[in-house]
Design a protein around this ligand. Structure first.
Ligand SMILES: O=C(O)[C@H](O)[C@@H](O)[C@H](O)[C@H](O)COP(=O)(O)O
Length: 269
């Protein structure tokens, strides 16, 4: 019997996006409680795209110690927060404006400065919080999405940033998904997280997910690293990887993979 909280990789498949939202809410609250119990704070980095909407259930969750949360971004589009393309603006509208997280615990990326400077400033913020001497910060949770091309955060297939090993935060000005200028956490930071959670919903992700879960039969849920699909490289080296899908996104997964999906009841942590 699978004990999801002990497994390095977990698959959750919910029949609808509403049930997926409920499951995500329960799991994130349980993870936050565990992190706060162990270290006194919960550090979570969020992405843009459709993810903020999937997290909106957190706004009505009960018993959350919001004052212990520190919220970061996995990546950001280099636009002002007044622009509808701003990921932070969406996250504020759908979640942060509805919960009492202290403003000083919300770590946005700088606006109105060149992308390179915004990346350097964000890395300096992380170093101040996680300790400048740490080889890499260890987030409690990174919430990621994935594009049909396999990108995650702002790490795109074939991009030179996939080879970045020194910086914690990097910039790019040639993103194939608009807008072109972006800031992103790098792979060493993503791999150091305690939990890396992907959320993917809808038919448009089905073909990609078939490629992500393409390990030979008998190798369970193993996501095999494929340089052409950056989301497969975003695997924590000593943490837990969780893929949260709705049934539309999961429709092309092989039966032996679906058989390993965790229960929707309760929480993973
Ligand atoms: O700027 C962005 O859009 C995000 O940083 C990006 O990495 C997103 O998470 C994926 O593209 C998935 O987007 P969807 O959830 O909208 O499919």
């Amino acid at each position: 019997m699978l004990n999801p909280s002990a497994a390095a990789q977990v698959l959750v498949v919910a029949p609808t996006t509403a049930t997926l939202t409920d499951k995500l809410t329960r799991d994130i609250c349980a993870l936050a409680e565990r992190a706060i119990g162990a270290r006194g704070v919960f550090t979570i980095a969020l992405s843009g795209g459709s993810l903020p909407k999937m997290l909106s259930g957190l706004a009505t969750a009960e018993g959350v110690e919001w004052d212990k949360w520190h919220v970061f971004l996995c990546d950001e589009r280099c636009v002002p927060e007044s622009d509808p393309e701003s990921s932070m603006a969406t996250i504020r509208a759908l979640l942060l404006s509805k919960v009492p997280i202290p403003a000083s615990h919300v770590h946005a990326m700088a606006q109105g400065v060149p992308p390179e400077e915004a990346a350097a400033q964000y890395e300096a913020q992380l170093r101040a919080l996680f300790g400048g001497d740490a080889p890499v910060p260890r987030f409690d949770a990174l919430m990621l999405g994935c594009g049909p091309d396999g990108h995650t955060a702002s790490l795109f297939p074939g991009h030179a940033l996939l080879g970045e090993r020194a910086r914690w935060v990097a910039h790019l000005t040639d993103s194939p998904k608009p807008p072109p200028a972006r800031i992103t956490l790098t792979l060493p930071v993503i791999r150091a997280a305690r939990v890396v959670a992907f959320v993917a919903t809808g038919d448009g992700k089905a073909a990609l997910l078939r490629r992500v879960f393409a390990a030979p039969e008998g190798r369970g849920l193993e996501v095999v690293e494929d340089a052409a699909l950056p989301c497969t490289l975003a695997k924590p080296s000593s943490g837990q990887l969780v893929w949260y899908l709705d049934s539309a996104a999961a429709q092309a997964l092989p039966m032996d993979v679906m058989d390993l999906a965790a229960s929707l009841h309760g929480s993973l942590w």
